[in-house]
Every structure is written in C-alpha cells, then in structure tokens.
Write a protein that binds this ligand. Structure first.
Ligand SMILES: C[S@@+](CC[C@H](N)C(=O)[O-])C[C@H]1O[C@@H](n2cnc3c(N)ncnc32)[C@H](O)[C@@H]1O
Length: 274
C-alpha cells in the first residue's frame, strides 16, 4: 500500500458515516479501487475503522468550527491534508493552506477546482503547497508557508500523519509550528500512544501494512507518548481525548466495550504560549 492510498481510505471512511463525521463532501473522493480495498482492511484489522475515523474528523470539525467562529475566521493550515474537506463546511472567512506530497496536492487541486466550477463545492480561498516533510528543514518549510498566511489566527491540523513520520521529522514540524504561530493559536494532532502497540488489533494493522508493502514508500509506524505533548517547546496542552471516549458522545449506538479492542487514536489540542 502506498501512503497516498491511505488518504483515499480515510476519506471513504468519513463518507460512510456523514452524520458522525459531518463531512458531506468526503464522498466526492470515493472511487471503485478504494471501495474494493476497504473490506479486506476491515476484515483483517478491525470492523470499527470507518466509524473511528469519522469520530476523529468530528472532533476536529467541532474544535476548528468553534475556534474560527470565535475569531470571525482565520487560517486553517493542514499538514498532510490528504483529501480532508473541512474548509468547505466552514464559513468563507476561513482561508486554508493544504500541505502534502506533490502527487496528492496536484490531484486535489485539479479536482477541487473542477468541482467548484461545477458548483459541487462552495468557493473557498485554498492554497496548495507540495512539501515532503522528510526532505525539508524547519527554515525551508517556514520560508514556503509564512508568506501564504494572510489571515490570523491560525489553527494547524496534522491528522493521521505522525504514524508515517519518524521522531526527528515530528520535532522539525513542531519547530515549524512554533515559528508560524502566535500566542493563542492552536495545533490539533493525532497519535497512537505506545500502549496501543501491545494490542492485537495494532499487531494486525502492522501485519496488514507489512504484507501489502510498497517498497518505494516506506514509513515509520511511529507511536508517541503522552508526555511528549506535555513538553513541546512553546505550547501548552489544552485538551486530549481518544476515539473510545468520542464514541460515547457522537456514536452511542455503536458497541465498543473495551478500548483495547479498537485501533484507538488519541487527539491533542495544543495552544501556542505567550
Ligand atoms: C492517512 S492520510 C491522512 C490525510 C488527512 N490528514 C486525513 O485525515 O484525512 C496521511 C497523509 O499524510 C501525507 N504524508 C505522509 N507522509 C508525508 C510526508 N513525509 N510529507 C508530506 N505529507 C506526508 C500523505 O500523503 C497522506 O495524505
């Protein structure tokens, strides 16, 4: 499996539970190849993957919506944006900067421009930037992004990406965030905690990736400990929760009795300190 395929999979998951994810535009990305792949993933890893990814989306949708409403707009800077579509559900006072690898960015821009012309998407101010996080320094990424921020405050989102990065690149990105943001700005991010590594469902995930490995597209399988987020230079931890807790709020009809039965990701909201 190539990393870009994971972006199609996540967006398809969101389209399966629109009432939970609140992403009414995710289905635009659905395609037969991805839909054919999903049963093999849910059968061999976990049947709950679609609802869990929809819960993750809902959490950030709610946090970003209230942030931008409170500030009458601002800029969403989405690192590893894949096919996420938050900006089209927000007011047009929100600008967006989308950052991902070149193949994703080129494809997304072309499709979004086309759907906007067709009237399937509302017009939004979206800038697209192709950057590989593994191949650029803090200074280079800041130099590229800084001139594109024309509306403050900023909400930086990095969702479903740390798993694919190593710690060095993760640290680089937090230095980038610190340089781009002002006090009061927020970062929303997601990780697997190291304790998830002991669960059978996580072993099944790694096994799935290993047996569907694309040798040109290696990645890290990173998990990050809670204390990392308590000690990021320039940031304070504002909120954390996980998909198990979110399921009780937004999907009380689904039966998850134990959090170790699911691929439970943890969400963090961090505030840039003065
Ligand atoms: C699982 S997808 C998540 C996409 C989106 N954030 C979401 O939640 O729907 C992971 C995304 O991270 C991007 N990504 C992974 N490694 C990257 C890197 N080194 N540089 C830039 N983007 C990367 C992939 O291209 C992909 O779009």
């Amino acid at each position: 499996m190539q990393i870009h395929e994971t972006a199609f999979i996540v967006s398809t998951y969101r389209s399966y539970h629109e009432n939970v994810s609140k992403d009414i535009y995710a289905k635009l990305w659905n395609n037969p190849e991805t839909e054919a792949l999903i049963p093999s993933i849910t059968d061999s890893i976990s049947k709950d993957e679609a609802i869990l990814h929809s819960l993750r989306n809902r959490f950030f949708y709610e946090r970003m919506r209230s942030f931008f409403e409170k500030h009458n707009g601002g800029t969403l800077i989405n690192f590893g944006s894949g096919f996420s579509m938050y900006q089209f559900s927000f007011d047009d006072s929100v600008s967006t900067i989308e950052i991902d690898k070149k193949d994703i960015i080129d494809y997304k821009k072309e499709k979004v421009d086309h759907w906007t012309k067709e009237g399937k998407l509302p017009p939004r101010d979206v800038r697209y930037v192709a950057v590989d996080f593994n191949q650029n320094t803090t200074e280079k990424i800041v130099e590229i992004l800084q001139p594109l921020i024309n509306k403050e405050p900023t909400f930086i989102l990095i969702e479903g990406v740390f798993f694919f990065l190593d710690r060095k690149t993760t640290n680089t990105l937090f230095q980038v965030f610190k340089k781009l943001q002002k006090p009061g700005d927020l970062v929303g991010c997601v990780t697997y905690l190291p304790e998830v590594e002991d669960t059978p469902v996580y072993h099944r995930l790694l096994h799935y990736f290993d047996s569907n490995n694309d040798t040109n597209d290696s990645f890290s399988h990173q998990t990050i400990e809670h204390s990392y987020f308590q000690n990021i230079d320039g940031y304070s931890l504002q909120e954390n929760t996980d998909e198990f807790e979110l399921s009780k709020i937004y999907a009380s009809n689904i039966e998850i009795t134990d959090k170790s039965d699911i691929l439970n990701e943890t969400m963090y909201v961090l505030e840039r300190k003065a």
